[in-house]
Design a protein around this ligand. Structure first.
Ligand code: UD1
Length: 359
């Protein structure tokens, strides 16, 4: 069986890591195509090195641009790559422009598509990711869903027959890295706050594109009662520069730093008292690592994290100071994201549903 993965953005490298190792364990052929959506070393190379992901077979070098330009450039480049490799499965991950481009290219070439992390919905049609997910789910032949909630969404859209519950591959990698970090804690990166702190990330268009909203978020973080290790996504840096919103504010809670490789991120969350974010992945990582999360969004795709107040939505930025410093809930945590072996389930399902029985 030959699988061709299309990835391009940071969270997709995290999802790719356990899938690549599960495919390698079964000695299947795996072609990795990196679209180049994320290209900074800290957003891309650091993840391949840290998570031991094989070097991409093909790098399209597409880079940044408006959604149309970026997705179009990927489409233009992917056709010949997919045509040349003729995989049994084109595997696309999550909800980025790279996901959608991979799905459309495969459809046009009549190649079989599997969508990993299928069925997530925010029901917010203003999010570019929501369109990417829905379009990809409806184009795909096989929908690999991480949760029961995702399975329900797929069924509601008439896609039940193509859907399989495999669990969440981000949980596989998060738990694996957590165990390694607890076993052998890495040195604390230079410049981390010394007392209690929260880890914060902001990058969503809804939070970064409007100057007033972005200013209130950054001002709010700077005024928190604990230190804020703000891991600055390139989009946040760019928007703050453009809107004249300073991030370096000595004497406030804010400690801005470059994005961390995955292992260092897990170590930082374990070291922190909580997380403030608008990232989907980090909400779940906070939950899995047992840290309370405050999400600066109106909705979440990972609704299981809301149980018992592990994750609290704070779209209007009210009470963030109080929320960020809250203690972790006491009740035992539920385990809604699988047993840490989702990637093996993904590979088994691909084999099971390949037209030639997988060999
Ligand atoms: C993308 C995904 C989002 C995901 C996020 C993770 C889409 C529509 N969005 O958003 O779902 O949560 O990745 O990070 O696909 N930039 C750099 N260097 C880089 C990458 C980006 O400087 O390596 C800057 C560029 O100015 C670019 C901007 O960040 O225009 C936004 O990058 P882009 O890939 O378009 O979207 P993200 O905001 O990263």
């Amino acid at each position: 069986m030959r699988v061709l993965s299309v990835v391009g953005a940071r969270p997709q490298f995290v999802k790719l890591a356990p899938v690549a190792s599960a495919l390698a364990a079964e000695r299947f052929e795996h072609v990795i195509v990196h679209t180049g959506q994320h290209y900074d070393a800290a957003m891309s190379d650091a993840f391949f090195a840290d998570l031991d992901i094989p070097v991409p077979t093909v790098h399209l070098g597409v880079g940044s641009g408006s959604h149309g330009v970026q997705t179009g450039a990927m489409l233009a480049a992917l056709g010949s790559v997919l045509g040349e490799h003729q995989p049994d499965w084109v595997l696309v991950y999550g909800d980025t422009n790279s996901t959608l481009a991979g799905a459309i290219s495969a459809v046009k070439l009549q190649l079989r598509i599997a969508h990993l992390e299928a069925g997530l919905r925010s029901f917010n049609r203003r999010m570019p990711e929501e369109h990417n997910r829905i379009l990809t789910d409806h184009a795909a032949d096989l929908l690999l869903a991480p949760t029961r909630v995702a399975m329900r969404h797929l069924a509601a859209e008439g896609l039940a027959e193509r859907s399989v519950l495999v669990g969440d591959v981000m949980t596989d990698i998060c738990l694996r890295v957590r165990d390694a970090v607890l076993d052998r804690p890495p040195p604390r990166p230079k410049g981390h706050p010394s007392g209690d702190y929260v880890v914060a990330t902001i990058h969503r268009a809804e939070n970064t594109d409007d100057p007033d909203r972005l200013r209130s978020i950054v001002d709010g973080l700077a005024a928190l009662p604990v230190s804020v290790l703000l891991l600055v996504h390139p989009r946040l840096a760019m928007r703050c520069r453009a809107f004249g919103i300073p991030l370096d504010r000595t004497g406030t809670a804010l400690v801005p730093r470059a994005p961390l490789p995955y292992t260092d991120l897990v170590a930082a969350v374990l070291d922190a008292v909580g997380v403030v974010t608008d990232s989907g992945g980090l909400q779940k990582e906070a939950f899995l690592l047992g840290r309370p999360c405050t999400t600066l969004r109106r909705e979440t795709e990972w609704t299981e994290t809301l149980l018992d107040g592990w994750n609290v939505l704070a779209p209007d930025l009210e009470n963030v100071g109080h929320l960020a410093a809250r203690a972790a809930p006491r009740r035992p945590q539920p385990i809604p994201y699988g047993d840490g072996h989702a990637a093996e389930a993904v590979v088994a399902t691909l084999v099971d549903q390949a037209s030639d029985g997988g060999r």
